[in-house]
Design a binder for this molecule. Structure first.
Ligand code: SF4
Ligand code: SF4
Length: 289
């Protein structure tokens, strides 16, 4: 089983379009949407939910008024001023450190695990999709990313899938680092703009730090051939291979609006370029085309 993560230095570069297209071309893969803060792979893959699970992460303190003797110790020790004068805990201010529970002489404080979101295993026409919904304002997306990814790996193992194709989060933060561990190839999707080049360099740097092999897809490469050339030069310097050039086409956006996978919708020129990118990845991984 080969594990491929599609990432980008920032959002909006066409990462999900590329992921869904690769999934359609792979035909024997498991998909994982690790962009849990802004999951949208489901929009192009129309999943039918098979399993639903709660995601719990972190703790919030709660005081049992029947046991509380109002001694004030919890209020004294809480550095986050989460305990009110009436000895009620503000769940927004509480950081879940558990100090109040430790000092309470009456065992009146309990630490409750937070409900932080949900994760799902679904069927799509391109294979099983593991995806999640993080609750509004919830943190710990790195933990949820690791969970989604591990479930995808386990599912692929069970289903004897040839590939796990991951739609990774944008940027270079904790969720990206969680996505990049234990994968075979990071595919960076970039656009030929100066900010695109800068973001690409940063994310290549992160992947390089973890010793992960990197390929680059230049999306809308024909919008600025000079910047596309700079991306190629930059990739050469960083020992990164360019696996594809996808031209700009209004049909890609149309496909997204209609919720269909671009390789099943766009004109032949675009589809062929996406197929070329996938074939180059297979060659790079030493797989049959
Ligand atoms: S768990 Fe920590 S942050 Fe929350 S109320 Fe207790 S002492 Fe304050
Ligand atoms: S430390 Fe315990 S008993 Fe004292 S006020 Fe807080 S919850 Fe109540």
């Amino acid at each position: 089983m080969k594990k491929i993560a599609v990432i980008s230095g920032k959002g909006g570069t066409g990462k999900t379009v590329v992921t869904a297209s690769f999934a359609a071309l792979a035909s024997c893969g498991v998909l994982a949407d690790c962009d849990v803060d802004a999951a949208d792979l489901h929009l192009l893959t129309k999943p039918r939910k098979r399993e639903r699970h709660e995601f719990r992460s972190g703790y919030t303190a709660k005081i049992n008024p029947e046991l509380c003797k109002r001694c004030g110790r919890c209020r004294e020790v809480c550095r986050f001023e989460a305990v009110s004068r009436d000895f009620e805990i503000d769940s927004i201010d509480c950081e879940g450190c558990g100090l109040c529970e430790k000092v309470c002489p009456c065992n009146a404080v309990v630490m409750e695990e937070n409900f932080s979101g949900e994760w799902f295993i679904s069927d799509t026409e391109y294979g099983t999709l593991v995806h999640a919904r993080l609750g509004i304002g919830e943190e710990n997306s790195g933990k949820l990313v690791s969970l989604v990814k591990q479930v995808a790996f386990d599912t692929a193992e069970k289903e004897k899938a040839g590939y796990v194709i991951i739609d990774g989060p944008p940027g270079t933060g904790c969720p990206v680092i969680a996505t990049l561990s234990d994968i075979d190839l990071a595919v960076v999707v970039t656009e030929p703009t100066l900010s695109g080049i800068h973001d690409m360099e940063r994310v290549i740097g992160v992947a390089g730090h973890f010793g992960i092999s990197v390929a680059v897809v230049i999306n809308k490469y024909d919008l600025n051939s000079e910047n596309s050339r700079l991306i190629e030069e930059n990739a050469g310097r960083n020992n990164v291979f360019i696996c594809g050039h996808i031209p700009f086409s209004a049909s890609v956006n149309e496909a997204v609006v209609k919720g269909v996978c671009p390789v099943n919708f766009c004109e032949a020129e675009v589809v062929e370029k996406i197929k070329d990118s996938w074939k180059n990845i297979l060659r790079h991984l030493g797989d049959k085309i």
